[in-house]
Design a protein around this ligand. Sequence first.
Ligand code: SAH
Length: 388
Amino acid sequence: MPEKVVHASRKRTRERHAWVFAREVQRTEGDPGPGDTVLVYDKGKFIGCGMYNPNSLIRVRLYSTKKEELGLDLLKKRLEQAWQYRQAQLPGETDFRLVYGESDRLPGLVVDKYDRHFVVQTYAVAMEQRLDLICQALAQTFDVESVFEKNDSRLREVEGLVRREGALYGEPGRRVVISENGAGFYVDIVNGQKTGYYFDQRITRRRVRELVCNRRFLDVFCYTGGFAINAALGRAATVVAVDSSAAACSIAAANAELNKVEDRCQFVGAEAFGYLRQLARNGEKFDMVCLDPPAFIKSRRGRERGLEGYRTINSLAMKILPKGGLLVSCSCSHYLFWQDMFDMLAAAAQDAGRSFMVLDRSTQGPDHPFLFNTPESEYLRCFILRVI
Ligand code: SAH
């Protein structure tokens, strides 16, 4: 083991957090550099091994409470544990987020599994330095056709990493068929958004399928039709789905055919705010509306402007719901906490002149587990409201 050491002093409430922030570091020994493995001591007590980055406010990401290197063996062990956990939580599912960073004790690493194609994202220098090892670990643990690096996230910049993407192994799939809750979806790994598909909404999509029967369903920010297809399979009366990306709409239409529900689905390439405004102006009604926008709040500083966006889009959606209508309102902004979201929805209801009851709440699926002591790992929040 290296003799690079970080001495930190953390508050009691943060003692079990997966990160050591720069301001908590008291001193270092052995001059650790970007990506180096360090032994971390908190008030003199050994707390674990982590990966160091002098260029990030997240100075250390802890990956083990033992003294061990993050080499091929540990990577394989962690992958195996991640796989076992998902087998237990998502019985019968074959496609999911296989690794969700800190929650799988592989900090700064995300791996999505699309059949035999794997997509990797890294958010830490040490993980980026291990891309070859990660590929090997995947290939030795699973039946792998390709591994694709999709590092286009802005989050990388705060770690001092540049955006990049490309095949690490094999040929990435451009039309991989995956399944979720028994529905099929095409995924374009190379040209799709993020890693290709949003696995995090698995639970809420299932809930929509249960609630939608005979309702006219509107899916706003539909991407490749995750909610729309589930609504159609749940026997919605009609499904209209909207996204500003023409590429997403065309895959969504192909997904409707794949699931043999194209007769009930209509996909519209349009900007969501304007489209909803038009519907409201025309007095059109939908019995169930799903809002799953991109993150409007990307940092603490962007909170006020983002809140405005959420409030506007929600009040517009509320206006087109009749009595008994359902609103599925989602936020993937980490900084929009439950209470903030509740308050925002209350304000939007006020704007729209509607009253609601809360039917349900849900969050990211079990392949994106969040850590009790690392609240940053929770980001997806959904309310299901009913007009009274
Ligand atoms: N509901 C989707 C995921 C939505 S991701 C699913 O279940 O898979 C957010 C989507 O919003 C992206 O597809 C993006 O193209 C779209 N988008 C972003 N801004 C938009 C806007 N102003 N109007 C319409 N769509 C928008």
